[in-house]
Design a protein around this ligand. Structure first.
Ligand SMILES: Cc1cc2nc3c(=O)[nH]c(=O)nc-3n(C[C@H](O)[C@H](O)[C@H](O)COP(=O)(O)O)c2cc1C
Length: 172
Protein backbone atom coordinates (compact mmCIF):
# COMPACT_ATOMS: atom_id res chain seq x y z
CA UNK A 1 0.00 0.00 0.00
CA UNK A 2 1.14 3.59 -0.71
CA UNK A 3 1.21 5.76 2.39
CA UNK A 4 1.94 9.49 2.56
CA UNK A 5 3.13 11.00 5.85
CA UNK A 6 2.89 14.77 5.46
CA UNK A 7 4.18 16.84 8.37
CA UNK A 8 5.68 20.16 9.32
CA UNK A 9 8.06 20.90 12.16
CA UNK A 10 9.74 23.89 13.80
CA UNK A 11 12.36 22.28 16.01
CA UNK A 12 12.50 18.71 14.70
CA UNK A 13 10.28 16.68 17.05
CA UNK A 14 7.46 16.16 14.55
CA UNK A 15 10.04 15.07 11.96
CA UNK A 16 11.32 12.49 14.51
CA UNK A 17 7.74 11.25 15.12
CA UNK A 18 7.09 11.02 11.37
CA UNK A 19 10.30 8.97 10.96
CA UNK A 20 9.24 6.58 13.78
CA UNK A 21 5.81 6.18 12.15
CA UNK A 22 7.41 5.50 8.80
CA UNK A 23 9.55 2.73 10.40
CA UNK A 24 6.43 1.17 11.92
CA UNK A 25 4.96 1.04 8.42
CA UNK A 26 8.10 -0.30 6.76
CA UNK A 27 6.23 -3.17 5.09
CA UNK A 28 4.42 -0.57 2.95
CA UNK A 29 5.62 2.02 0.45
CA UNK A 30 5.94 5.15 2.60
CA UNK A 31 6.60 8.70 1.37
CA UNK A 32 7.67 11.24 4.00
CA UNK A 33 6.95 14.84 3.04
CA UNK A 34 8.05 17.94 4.95
CA UNK A 35 5.32 20.45 4.12
CA UNK A 36 7.82 23.31 4.31
CA UNK A 37 9.44 21.82 1.21
CA UNK A 38 6.53 20.40 -0.80
CA UNK A 39 2.74 20.06 -0.78
CA UNK A 40 2.15 16.56 -2.22
CA UNK A 41 -1.21 15.77 -3.81
CA UNK A 42 -3.02 13.24 -1.56
CA UNK A 43 -4.48 11.54 -4.64
CA UNK A 44 -2.82 8.30 -5.56
CA UNK A 45 -2.08 7.29 -1.96
CA UNK A 46 -3.94 4.54 -0.10
CA UNK A 47 -3.50 6.37 3.21
CA UNK A 48 -2.53 9.92 4.12
CA UNK A 49 -1.25 10.75 7.63
CA UNK A 50 -0.99 14.49 8.31
CA UNK A 51 0.54 16.03 11.41
CA UNK A 52 2.25 19.00 12.95
CA UNK A 53 3.28 20.68 16.19
CA UNK A 54 1.17 22.96 18.36
CA UNK A 55 2.61 26.40 19.14
CA UNK A 56 0.77 29.09 21.06
CA UNK A 57 -2.33 26.89 20.85
CA UNK A 58 -2.21 26.74 17.04
CA UNK A 59 -1.28 24.05 14.57
CA UNK A 60 1.89 24.77 12.54
CA UNK A 61 0.75 26.94 9.67
CA UNK A 62 1.99 24.61 6.88
CA UNK A 63 0.03 21.67 8.33
CA UNK A 64 -3.08 23.84 8.82
CA UNK A 65 -2.75 25.12 5.25
CA UNK A 66 -2.32 21.60 3.87
CA UNK A 67 -5.48 20.42 5.66
CA UNK A 68 -7.39 23.41 4.34
CA UNK A 69 -6.19 23.15 0.72
CA UNK A 70 -6.78 19.37 0.56
CA UNK A 71 -9.90 19.14 2.73
CA UNK A 72 -12.19 17.71 0.04
CA UNK A 73 -9.68 15.07 -1.09
CA UNK A 74 -8.79 14.07 2.47
CA UNK A 75 -12.45 13.67 3.38
CA UNK A 76 -12.94 11.08 0.67
CA UNK A 77 -9.73 9.10 1.32
CA UNK A 78 -8.37 6.98 4.15
CA UNK A 79 -6.61 9.48 6.39
CA UNK A 80 -5.38 10.04 9.93
CA UNK A 81 -4.19 13.11 11.81
CA UNK A 82 -1.65 13.64 14.57
CA UNK A 83 -0.41 16.50 16.68
CA UNK A 84 2.81 16.98 18.64
CA UNK A 85 2.66 19.21 21.72
CA UNK A 86 4.25 20.06 25.06
CA UNK A 87 1.07 20.09 27.15
CA UNK A 88 -0.09 16.54 26.46
CA UNK A 89 -2.92 16.84 29.01
CA UNK A 90 -4.52 19.30 26.59
CA UNK A 91 -4.09 17.00 23.57
CA UNK A 92 -7.79 16.10 23.21
CA UNK A 93 -8.78 19.76 23.30
CA UNK A 94 -6.10 20.63 20.72
CA UNK A 95 -7.25 17.84 18.39
CA UNK A 96 -10.83 19.02 18.65
CA UNK A 97 -9.91 22.64 18.08
CA UNK A 98 -7.16 22.28 15.46
CA UNK A 99 -8.26 19.39 13.22
CA UNK A 100 -11.36 20.48 11.26
CA UNK A 101 -14.50 18.59 12.43
CA UNK A 102 -15.28 17.22 8.96
CA UNK A 103 -11.79 15.71 8.73
CA UNK A 104 -11.97 14.26 12.25
CA UNK A 105 -15.32 12.70 11.39
CA UNK A 106 -14.00 10.90 8.31
CA UNK A 107 -10.62 10.04 9.89
CA UNK A 108 -9.45 6.49 10.52
CA UNK A 109 -7.62 7.78 13.60
CA UNK A 110 -6.48 10.98 15.37
CA UNK A 111 -3.73 11.05 17.98
CA UNK A 112 -1.19 13.02 19.96
CA UNK A 113 2.37 11.71 19.69
CA UNK A 114 3.62 13.58 22.78
CA UNK A 115 6.24 16.27 22.35
CA UNK A 116 9.56 17.62 23.53
CA UNK A 117 10.81 20.83 25.08
CA UNK A 118 14.33 20.79 23.77
CA UNK A 119 15.90 24.01 24.96
CA UNK A 120 19.23 23.31 23.25
CA UNK A 121 17.53 23.58 19.86
CA UNK A 122 15.86 26.91 20.65
CA UNK A 123 17.04 30.43 20.01
CA UNK A 124 15.83 33.90 20.96
CA UNK A 125 12.19 34.28 21.94
CA UNK A 126 11.46 30.56 21.39
CA UNK A 127 14.16 29.77 23.97
CA UNK A 128 12.60 32.18 26.42
CA UNK A 129 9.12 30.64 25.93
CA UNK A 130 10.53 27.10 26.17
CA UNK A 131 12.17 27.98 29.52
CA UNK A 132 8.82 29.26 30.78
CA UNK A 133 7.03 26.13 29.56
CA UNK A 134 9.61 23.89 31.25
CA UNK A 135 8.98 25.79 34.47
CA UNK A 136 5.21 25.37 34.09
CA UNK A 137 5.29 21.64 33.37
CA UNK A 138 7.91 20.78 35.98
CA UNK A 139 6.66 23.08 38.77
CA UNK A 140 2.97 22.44 38.30
CA UNK A 141 2.68 19.64 40.82
CA UNK A 142 4.78 21.25 43.53
CA UNK A 143 2.31 23.86 44.80
CA UNK A 144 -0.05 21.22 46.21
CA UNK A 145 2.63 19.48 48.24
CA UNK A 146 1.01 16.08 47.60
CA UNK A 147 1.36 15.76 43.86
CA UNK A 148 4.80 14.87 42.52
CA UNK A 149 6.52 17.42 40.26
CA UNK A 150 5.85 16.61 36.63
CA UNK A 151 8.58 15.58 34.25
CA UNK A 152 9.31 17.05 30.84
CA UNK A 153 7.19 15.98 27.89
CA UNK A 154 8.46 13.17 25.69
CA UNK A 155 7.58 11.49 22.43
CA UNK A 156 5.07 8.66 23.06
CA UNK A 157 6.21 5.69 20.93
CA UNK A 158 3.12 3.68 22.07
CA UNK A 159 0.81 6.27 20.63
CA UNK A 160 2.74 6.18 17.33
CA UNK A 161 2.50 2.34 17.31
CA UNK A 162 -1.26 2.46 17.89
CA UNK A 163 -1.61 5.00 15.06
CA UNK A 164 0.38 2.68 12.76
CA UNK A 165 -1.80 -0.27 13.82
CA UNK A 166 -4.95 1.69 12.95
CA UNK A 167 -3.51 2.45 9.50
CA UNK A 168 -2.68 -1.24 8.92
CA UNK A 169 -6.12 -2.31 10.18
CA UNK A 170 -7.77 0.08 7.71
CA UNK A 171 -6.29 -1.98 4.85
CA UNK A 172 -7.68 -5.28 6.19
C1 LIG B 1 7.39 29.01 21.21
C2 LIG B 1 6.71 27.74 21.58
C3 LIG B 1 5.34 27.70 21.81
C4 LIG B 1 4.71 26.49 22.16
N1 LIG B 1 3.36 26.49 22.38
C5 LIG B 1 2.77 25.33 22.79
C6 LIG B 1 1.37 25.31 23.08
O1 LIG B 1 0.65 26.29 22.96
N2 LIG B 1 0.85 24.14 23.52
C7 LIG B 1 1.59 22.99 23.67
O2 LIG B 1 1.05 21.96 24.08
N3 LIG B 1 2.91 22.99 23.37
C8 LIG B 1 3.51 24.12 22.92
N4 LIG B 1 4.85 24.13 22.62
C9 LIG B 1 5.60 22.87 22.70
C10 LIG B 1 5.78 22.27 21.32
O3 LIG B 1 4.55 21.78 20.82
C11 LIG B 1 6.79 21.11 21.41
O4 LIG B 1 8.06 21.67 21.73
C12 LIG B 1 6.88 20.27 20.17
O5 LIG B 1 7.65 19.11 20.46
C13 LIG B 1 7.51 21.03 19.02
O6 LIG B 1 7.49 20.23 17.86
P1 LIG B 1 8.48 20.55 16.64
O7 LIG B 1 9.89 20.32 17.16
O8 LIG B 1 8.11 19.58 15.58
O9 LIG B 1 8.29 21.97 16.22
C14 LIG B 1 5.48 25.30 22.26
C15 LIG B 1 6.86 25.35 22.03
C16 LIG B 1 7.47 26.55 21.69
C17 LIG B 1 8.96 26.57 21.45
Amino acid sequence: MKILIAYSTKSGTTAKCAAILSKELASHSVTLADLSESFPDPEGYDFIAVGGPVRYGKLHKKTAEYLDVNKEKLKSQRAGYFIVCGFVDSADEYIEKLIPAELRKSAVTCACFGGELNIRKMKGFDKFITKLMIKVVTDEGKSDGELPARSLPEIHPDSISRFADAIKASFA
